[in-house]
Design a protein around this ligand. Structure first.
Ligand SMILES: CC(C)(COP(=O)(O)OP(=O)(O)OC[C@H]1O[C@@H](n2cnc3c(N)ncnc32)[C@H](O)[C@@H]1OP(=O)(O)O)[C@@H](O)C(=O)NCCC(=O)NCCS
Length: 165
């Protein structure tokens, strides 16, 4: 059965006024959440950063951050609030960011994911990301290894964002 978020789903750039809601998403999603100041710094000072939020009926349900560096896009983080998970929003926002990155000139996209995070790995593999290596003890909170993943951004990601497949 097709998963579909109820309500009006909108993707748009993150604004400073979103940060209180982003902090709630962040704190409910990660063992080592970024502080609000880290998002502020990304939005105000980092010329490479592009942060997208997904709203459902005007309420922030999640976000995805990305750095655009030449022809590479690097996902910094992605999270959906627990109340909104399992409805296709994580897949939808990542597909949106993949297409946005492609349209801004990126040819490929990379990210790191905890070895233990099988849910996120499943999402990334569904969207075509492949494992390319491991960064040992990448996460400083528990010394966990990161899996490095890459995907080529081509017409396929464009088709997916249009058809929802
Ligand atoms: C990872 C995350 C963003 C997924 O968001 P979501 O909106 O719940 O995911 P979707 O409903 O769009 O599901 C898309 C795919 O993700 C995977 N997935 C989602 N929930 C899953 C679950 N409970 N078990 C296994 N796979 C799951 C599946 O591959 C799914 O595709 P399918 O429905 O065809 O099986 C969300 O779980 C989250 O915010 N987790 C905490 C933060 C985090 O770990 N971020 C990643 C850091 S690298």
């Amino acid at each position: 059965m097709e998963k579909k978020a109820e309500g009006e789903v909108v993707f748009r750039p993150m604004k400073l006024s979103d940060l209180p809601q982003i902090e709630i998403v962040e704190n409910s999603s990660f063992s080592a959440p970024w502080p609000r100041q880290a998002f502020y710094n990304e939005l105000v000072f980092n010329q490479f950063a592009r942060y997208t939020v997904v709203t459902v009926d005007g309420k922030v349900a999640g976000y995805c951050g990305c750095w655009m560096i030449l022809d590479e896009a690097h996902i910094t983080n992605i999270a959906i609030h627990p109340d909104y998970r399992g409805r296709g929003l994580g897949e939808a926002i990542l597909t949106y960011v993949m297409e946005m990155s492609r349209s801004l000139g990126a040819c490929k996209m990379t990210l790191e994911v905890r070895v233990s995070n099988s849910i996120a790995q499943s999402l990334y593999e569904k969207l075509g990301f492949e494992r390319s290596g491991v960064r040992p003890k990448y996460y400083t909170d528990n010394q966990e290894d990161a899996i490095i993943m890459w995907v080529t951004l081509n017409e396929q990601s464009k088709r997916n964002s249009i058809t929802g497949n």
